[in-house]
Ligand binder design. Structure first.
Ligand code: HEC
Ligand code: HEC
Length: 350
């Protein structure tokens, strides 16, 4: 284990609930950072993304470089070295004529001290993306038909009879840790999740417009990529809403996910690479979404897996929902699902 467990647990929960721009500062992200020397001119969001990228590239926690009393201090040598490394990477990329030709991960590969030794075959790192084979036009696959089949396979008209949903179960993270969890939805796009961390509620919500989260450090509105992700997670019926998130899907090819053949559709995404959606060729259901944020230092991939579909009140729902990023996995496992319970509007508001 590279990480110390205690630190991993606290950093993991921060990663889970708070956008990084609020870490080390109090409340709303309206303040600007105090000690920016190499990332001047970048937005808070871009700096957050660069921090996530460095943490994952070196396989460390934020505190490896930062003094947790004040994140702007330069007390740690690692932080000062990191600045030199950022300058070095920029020089290299200038010579190579490509902003993202080389970055921290190119050398570090998840370690703070890079090695010149070649790894054994079994130790090579996992792929950031699922390999996709192109489909010949003669295969005659149309993206509209794939999306329509997904809607029908998931229940079609049965969705219109449902108004709310409450799902109970647990959240299992890669820390490893397990938290009791409850997620509530109201059609079409209201969402509330609550996990219990040592008996204390950590909550997230989306009220149709605003996304927010609230924990022992206080509460704040979600912004940027985090808001976009909450908006999609808040979809009461993703098969019905899919076109609002992805109005221009095209066929990318075919792939295999856990021995299940899949058709792959893709669409341009806000501020990132194309998102890719994987649909089972057997069941027609959505198996996976992949996307990537382009941080100032390099690509940060993210993946959502929809697993263990079961039929409830005429619709098919994934009883497991797994989110994977460069540092963590978050697996939501549900054991109980109930529809059409009355839910108060205030539940979804901050
Ligand atoms: C490899 C070292 C390294 C890691 C890991 C790292 N940072 Fe940083 N961080 C820096 C450097 C260097 C700067 C200063 C950038 C500059 O000078 O433009 C910085 C600046 C910051 C600032 C701005 C502070 C201010 O007010 O000036 C914040 C906030 C921050 N980091 C948060 C984080 C968080 C949260 C994480 C974990 C996700 C993290 N950092 C991981 C090196 C690191
Ligand atoms: C060309 C390869 C290369 C690239 C690219 C690179 N590093 Fe390094 N880095 C090294 C090497 C080699 C060392 C070890 C130096 C030593 O042992 O004296 C190192 C050491 C470090 C250290 C100090 C070791 C420690 O304990 O943390 C930090 C921090 C660091 N790098 C951060 C970064 C960051 C952040 C980036 C991306 C902006 C980056 N490096 C990109 C090669 C690289």
């Amino acid at each position: 284990m590279r990480r110390m467990l205690a630190i991993a647990v606290c950093a993991g929960i921060v990663g889970l609930l708070a956008p990084l721009s609020t870490v080390g500062r109090t409340q709303q992200s309206t303040t600007t950072f105090k000690n920016i020397k190499v990332f001047d001119g970048l937005s808070d969001q871009q700096i957050d993304d660069a921090m996530m990228y460095m943490r994952a590239s070196l396989g460390v926690q934020c505190e490896h470089c930062h003094d947790d009393k004040d994140w702007s201090l330069d007390t740690k040598e690692e932080k000062r070295t990191a600045r030199e490394m950022i300058r070095m990477v920029r020089d290299l990329n200038r010579q190579l004529g490509d902003d993202l030709a080389v970055s921290c991960y190119t050398c570090h590969r998840g370690q703070s001290k890079p090695t010149t030794s070649v790894p054994l075959l079994t130790e090579r790192p996992a792929l950031a993306k699922t390999p996709v084979k192109p489909l010949p036009p003669s295969a005659g696959v149309a993206s509209d038909a794939i999306v329509q089949r997904y809607l029908e396979a998931s229940g079609g008209d049965a969705w219109s009879k449902l108004t709310t949903r409450v799902m109970k179960g647990r959240l299992v993270t890669s820390e490893p840790a397990v938290y009791p969890a409850e997620v509530s939805y109201k059609a079409p796009d209201k969402f509330h999740s609550r996990i219990l961390v040592s008996g204390e509620p950590y909550r997230k919500g989306f009220d149709g417009t605003r996304g927010w989260n609230s924990d022992n450090r206080g509460s704040h509105d979600a912004q940027g990529g985090e808001l976009e992700r909450l908006r999609r997670q808040a979809a009461f019926a993703l098969p019905v809403m899919l076109h609002t998130f992805y109005p221009a899907l095209t066929v990318d090819g075919e792939a295999v996910i856990a021995s299940e053949p899949a058709v792959v559709l893709s669409a341009p995404a806000k501020g990132g690479e194309r998102d890719r959606l994987f649909f089972s060729t057997r069941s027609g259901l959505l198996l996976r979404i992949e996307s990537a944020t382009v941080s100032p230092l390099g690509m940060l991939p993210r993946r959502w897996d929809y697993e263990d579909y079961r039929r409830v009140n005429g619709v098919r729902l994934p009883f497991k929902f797994r989110e994977t990023d460069a540092d963590y996995t978050y697996l939501w496992e549900f054991t109980e699902v109930r529809h059409n319970l009355p839910l108060d509007e205030t539940l979804f508001r901050r």
